[in-house]
Design a protein around this ligand. Structure first.
Ligand SMILES: Cc1cc2nc3c(=O)[nH]c(=O)nc-3n(C[C@H](O)[C@H](O)[C@H](O)COP(=O)(O)OP(=O)(O)OC[C@H]3O[C@@H](n4cnc5c(N)ncnc54)[C@H](O)[C@@H]3O)c2cc1C
Length: 422
C-alpha cells in the first residue's frame, strides 16, 4: 500500500482520533497526532471517573437503533467496529471487561487511566508521533508549491506558530461540551468556511432549567429523586415512553440519568414550542387508585405533609416538589394531590448550556461526507467522532460510535491515499 510513505495528520487525541491513528499506523502510514491540550484523552479520562462505560452488550440491531434518525448511517460504522470488536480491542490491551446488570460494558476496574496508558504505549510503539500543545488554527491550505501534494496545517504552539504538510488529514476535534478538556467547538465556523456543512452544536444528555422558587432552590438543590418515573409526549406526537429511574434537583432545574435519557426530545420540543412539560410519577410502584385511597383517607388533625408521609411515605424533596407545583391551595385538595403524585407536570423552559452537557448533538452533517467520512468539499480531509452530527444516549454508545467512526475515517483515508497514488 502506498500509504507507507504518506503523512497523515490526525488532529484531536480523544477516542476517535486515537482510533484513527491506530488504524492508520497499522496500515503503515506515518501518523502525526496533534492535540491542543498538554495530554490526550482528557474527556475519556473524565468519563472514567464515574466508571468508564465503554460500550453496551445488547444485540447489534438494538445498539444501532440508539442513534435514532442516524441509525442507518451509523450501522455500517458499527459493522466495522461495534461493541464486540471494542471489547476484543480492550482485551488486546490487557484490559478485561465485564457486563453490568444493565447490559453496559465496563473495564474490570471501571477505570479509564490504565486503558489509556496501555493504548498510548502501543500507539507510540507502532510509530504514531504525538504533538501536544499544538492547537490547529483552522484552514487547510494547498501548499504554495503546486507540485507538492496535500495540505498545509497551521498550529499554535508554546514556541509560536508552526506548519505541517500532510497528504491526508483526519479531524477528530470532539463535540462542544466540557471545553476546558479541549473540545471547545471552535472548529464550527472554520469548517463552515471550508464549505463543509455543519449543523448547530446543541447540548445532548443534558440538564434543564425549570425556574424553581427561591425556597425550593435553596433547600432542595442537589437532592435526588429516587424511584420515580417520567414520560413525555411532544407536540408532534413523538414519545418518551414511561421509564423508571433517578434524577437530581439542581438550583435551576433538573439533571441526571433519567432526564438525560429524554433530553433529545425535550430539547427539540423547547426549541419548537418554547417549553416542554414532562409528566413525573413520584410513586411509580403504587397504583393511582391506591394513592387516591390513601391521600383521601381522613387525616384528622394531622398536617397535609404529616398525612402524606404517614400514609404514602412521601416526604423530603418529593413532597416539596408537589408543593412547588400544586401551590398551597392545591395541597389542600387531596384529589388534586393524588393526581399530582401520579402525574405531576414539570415544565422545562431551557436546556442547560452545551458546555455543561455530557455530549453534544449537531456538528458536521453526514451528508457533507462520503461513506469513508471524507468531506465532499475538501478531498483528503476526513472527520470522525463526536464532531459529527449524531447523538445517542449514555450507555457506552458515545465512545463506541466515536471509535468506530475513527476506524471508518482512517480506512477512508487509506483508500483515498491509494486511489490518489500517494
Ligand atoms: C462527564 C462525562 C462522562 C462521560 N462518560 C461516558 C461514558 O461512560 N461512556 C461513553 O460512551 N461516553 C461518555 N462520555 C462521552 C465521551 O467521553 C465522548 O463522547 C468522547 O470522548 C468523544 O470522543 P472524540 O474523540 O470525538 O472527542 P474528544 O474526546 O472530545 O476529543 C477531542 C480532542 O480534540 C482536541 N481538539 C479540539 N480542538 C482542537 C484543535 N483546534 N487543535 C488540536 N486539538 C483539538 C481536544 O483537545 C480533545 O483532546 C462522557 C462525557 C462526559 C463529559
Amino acid at each position: 500500500m502506498k500509504s507507507s510513505s504518506s503523512v497523515v495528520a490526525v488532529i484531536g487525541g480523544g477516542p476517535a482520533g486515537l482510533m484513527a491513528a491506530e488504524t492508520l499506523a497499522a496500515a503503515g502510514a506515518q501518523v502525526q497526532l496533534f492535540d491542543a491540550m498538554p495530554s490526550v484523552g482528557r474527556k475519556f479520562l473524565l468519563a472514567g471517573r464515574g466508571g468508564l462505560n465503554l460500550t453496551h452488550s445488547e444485540p447489534a440491531a438494538r445498539f444501532a437503533s440508539r442513534f435514532g434518525e442516524r441509525s442507518a448511517q451509523i450501522g455500517p460504522w458499527l459493522d466495522a467496529f461495534g461493541s464486540h470488536q471494542l471489547r476484543e480491542w480492550a482485551h488486546g490491551l490487557g484490559i478485561q471487561t465485564f457486563v453490568g446488570t444493565s447490559g453496559r460494558v465496563f473495564p474490570a476496574d471501571m477505570k479509564a487511566a490504565p486503558l489509556l496508558r496501555a493504548w498510548l504505549h502501543r500507539l507510540r510503539a507502532s510509530g504514531v508521533q504525538f504533538h501536544m500543545r499544538h492547537r490547529w488554527l483552522g484552514g487547510l491550505e494547498a501548499p504554495s508549491d503546486a507540485s507538492m501534494p496535500g495540505r498545509t496545517l497551521r498550529f499554535a504552539t508554546p514556541a509560536g506558530e508552526t506548519a505541517l504538510r500532510a497528504d491526508a488529514v483526519v479531524l477528530a476535534l470532539g463535540g462542544g461540551s466540557w471545553s476546558r478538556l479541549g473540545s471547545d467547538g471552535a472548529w464550527v465556523p472554520w469548517l463552515a468556511d471550508l464549505g463543509i456543512d455543519v449543523a448547530p452544536v446543541l447540548p445532548a444528555n443534558c440538564g434543564f432549567d425549570v425556574g424553581w422558587s427561591n425556597y425550593f432552590a435553596e433547600r432542595f438543590a442537589g437532592q435526588p429523586f429516587k424511584s420515580v418515573a417520567i414520560e413525555f409526549r411532544d407536540s408532534r406526537g413523538r414519545q418518551f415512553e414511561r421509564r423508571k429511574g433517578e434524577f437530581v434537583a439542581t438550583a435551576t432545574g433538573v439533571e441526571g440519568s433519567l432526564i438525560y435519557a429524554a433530553s433529545g426530545l425535550l430539547r427539540d420540543e423547547i426549541a419548537a414550542s418554547g417549553s416542554a412539560t414532562l409528566t413525573l410519577d413520584l410513586l411509580p410502584d403504587r397504583s393511582a387508585a391506591q394513592v387516591l385511597a390513601e391521600a383521601t383517607h381522613p387525616r384528622g388533625s394531622r398536617s397535609v405533609s404529616g398525612h402524606l408521609k404517614g400514609r404514602l411515605g412521601l416526604d423530603g424533596v418529593k413532597a416539596a416538589l408537589l408543593h412547588e407545583v400544586l401551590g398551597r391551595d392545591g395541597m389542600h385538595d387531596m384529589e388534586k394531590v393524588a393526581d399530582g403524585i401520579k402525574a405531576l407536570p414539570i415544565r422545562l423552559v431551557a436546556p442547560r448550556p452545551v458546555d455543561e452537557a455530557i455530549s453534544s448533538a449537531g456538528g458536521v452533517r453526514l451528508e457533507a461526507l462520503d461513506a469513508g467520512l471524507m468531506a465532499h468539499a475538501v478531498p483528503g480531509v476526513f472527520c470522525a467522532g463526536e464532531m459529527l452530527d449524531w447523538e445517542a444516549p449514555t450507555g457506552g454508545y458515545l465512545i463506541t460510535a466515536s471509535m468506530a467512526s475513527g476506524v471508518v475515517a482512517a480506512r477512508g483515508a487509506l483508500r483515498w491515499l491509494e486511489r490518489s497514488g500517494r
